[in-house]
Design a protein around this ligand. Structure first.
Ligand SMILES: [Zn+2]
Ligand SMILES: [Zn+2]
Length: 320
């Protein structure tokens, strides 16, 4: 089968990559569509040292099992479900987990992917495949609410106008927070304002941090995100780190102590909430789709996403 394979920082389309052999509990899913994510861009720079097939945001059709022939999306953490961490209710932190297209498990930029059956969710009829590709990143945005990091009526600054910043802003505004998005691209901020006129936006160069935000969500994917967040957050406020950055960063930690700021990481989230948000129309994702490529052009898709300020780039992998 065709697959986009990464080794070190080299990636290319392999035309005769072996079709995945499902492990016990896994089923084969025929991939229809996939999305390029910031994490993919970090992986091709060597983050996690991943070697294998990239891709973790996708929609496909299960080939067997109780979801056979259904259109599905999949949670990306493949957990053991036996260890203390899993049994304590934190399977996404299983020390023995693999993660689709990120850690020890081939991903979805391929004609087929093997996925644990219990990770699958049926896509409701009313959702288009294009919309369903956003379930995984949208679930990550909902994780902020699941972690209880924001309350209705609070002022929230979202740093970053990219894919994840957009989704986090929509989720928090829909929840009832007063959201300001700080970005670098007027065009992307415009997309957000058109989706939800209650979301306020400003260009980074025009932003005047005044340490009055209850919550700051860093979706910049940049090592400058956390220091900028600390300029916006108020004493006793919360900084939520949503993006991973390859490499190390140096930062003066004293302001966190002095202002007694809470800094919290936030990663994968609830698929059910994401499916509900899309199905109800409260979250809109179609305006984020900037470009689409065939699987054959996956290298171009990754390069475009790396080099241009695009929102979502989709891969049309196979026909529905
Ligand atoms: Zn992702
Ligand atoms: Zn486990």
């Amino acid at each position: 089968m065709k697959a986009l394979h990464l080794s070190g920082t080299r990636f290319d389309i392999a035309t005769e990559y072996p079709r995945p052999e499902p492990l016990p509990g896994e089923v084969l899913v025929r991939v229809v569509r996939a999305g390029v994510c910031e994490t993919d861009l970090q992986l091709i720079q060597g983050y996690m040292g991943f070697e294998g097939v990239l891709g973790h945001e996708f929609v496909g059709f299960a080939e067997s099992g109780r979801f056979a022939d259904q259109r599905v999306v999949a949670e990306i953490n493949c957990s053991c479900w036996k260890c203390d961490t899993c049994r304590s209710g934190l399977p996404t932190h299983c020390p023995d987990r693999t993660v689709l297209g990120i850690l020890g498990h081939d991903g979805a930029f391929a004609e087929y992917i093997a996925v644990p059956e219990q990770n699958l969710h049926t896509v409701p009829e009313s959702l288009s495949t294009d919309e369903a590709v956003f379930v995984e990143p949208l679930a990550a945005a909902y994780q902020i609410l699941k972690q209880g990091l924001a309350e209705r009526g609070q002022s929230v600054v979202v740093l970053g106008d990219g894919r994840l910043g957009n989704l986090c802003a929509q989720v928090l505004a829909d929840f009832g927070c007063n959201v300001l998005v700080v970005g670098k691209h007027d065009r992307k901020l415009n997309v957000l304002r058109e989706i939800n006129s209650e979301i306020k936006t400003t260009l980074l160069e025009d932003a005047t941090p005044s340490r009055d935000a209850d919550v700051v969500v860093d979706c910049t994917g940049s090592s400058t995100g956390l220091p900028t967040a600390l300029q916006h957050v108020k004493p006793w406020g919360t900084v939520v780190l949503k993006t991973t950055v390859a490499g190390e960063q140096t930062l003066a930690l004293a302001p966190i102590v002095i202002d007694e700021v809470r800094v919290v990481g936030s990663r994968c989230g609830p698929f059910g909430d994401a499916l509900d948000g899309l199905q109800s129309g409260r979250i809109k994702v179609k305006p984020l789709i900037t470009e689409r490529f065939g699987l054959d052009q996956a290298v171009e898709a990754l390069k475009l996403t790396s080099n241009q300020p695009v929102l979502k780039v989709l891969l049309d992998v196979s026909a529905e």
